[in-house]
Design a protein around this ligand. Structure first.
Ligand SMILES: Nc1nc2c(c(=O)[nH]1)N[C@H]1C(S)=C(S)[C@@H](COP(=O)(O)O)O[C@H]1N2
Ligand SMILES: [Mo]
Length: 206
């Protein structure tokens, strides 16, 4: 029987146009923020079910349930970092603790210094989306998002906001930092949704 060689696993795991670089690049816009445990807050605001803002201290946030996800990470500049083991608070735990109002379909994830990325609730709510505090069993380094970043491994990595400080529940979609600067509102790397000119009707806010 003929043996058909399979593609190396890494190749089949790579979305179109991506490559695996040497090392693990660090990418962000602006400076790496500091972290002060006493004053740090994580806010959930916007269209919460209760109508109130929910404010977590670091202790409160750290006591939420945790989970681990192994996933690849795809930057729109075309490098991919394969097989990262992220652990932290799954978004399901946050949604359970601070339920959104019934009309919520989108969220905005906010970082230090005003960086932001919008997500459809269906992408935020994926079992593989989490607020990571650890990478490969070590606490996140400052430049990778310490103390907490969101990881949305099935979308381009600009959606994986580092140094998260707030989540805003939205009843209408709004573009985040890069989405407002020419990048695709949805950002699925398997469909190569890189730029906003590729958007179909319904992919973005009207
Ligand atoms: N707060 C913040 N988060 C951010 C960014 C940023 O500029 N600021 N850059 C994004 C981009 S474009 C990428 S590719 C990833 C890079 O994550 P890494 O530095 O851990 O590789 O972080 C994302 N998260
Ligand atoms: Mo990126």
């Amino acid at each position: 029987m003929a043996c058909v060689p399979e593609k190396p696993e890494e190749e089949t795991r790579l979305p179109p146009g991506q490559y695996v670089p040497r090392g693990q690049p660090v990418v962000h816009y602006g400076r790496v923020p500091g972290f002060r445990r006493e004053t740090w807050r994580f806010q959930v605001f916007g269209a919460t079910a209760s109508g109130r803002v929910h404010d977590f201290s670091w202790e409160e946030f750290s006591s939420l349930p945790t989970a681990t996800v192994v996933a690849d990470f795809h930057c729109v500049t075309k490098f991919s970092i394969m097989g990262n083991e992220w652990s932290g608070v799954p978004t399901s735990a946050l949604l359970e603790r601070v339920p959104p109002a019934p009309g919520v379909r989108h969220v905005m994830v906010w970082a230090e210094y005003g960086y932001s990325a919008n997500l459809r609730l269906s992408d935020f709510d994926r079992p593989t989306t989490l607020f990571a505090t650890h990478l490969d069993e070590n606490r996140l380094s400052p430049e990778r998002g310490y103390p907490v970043r969101i990881v949305v491994p099935h979308l381009y990595a600009w959606k994986s906001v580092k140094w998260v400080r707030a989540v805003e529940y939205l009843t209408e979609d709004r573009r985040g930092f890069w989405e407002d600067r020419g990048y695709h509102n949805v950002a699925d790397p398997w469909k190569e949704q890189r730029y906003s000119y590729q958007e179909d009707p319904g992919d973005g806010p009207p």
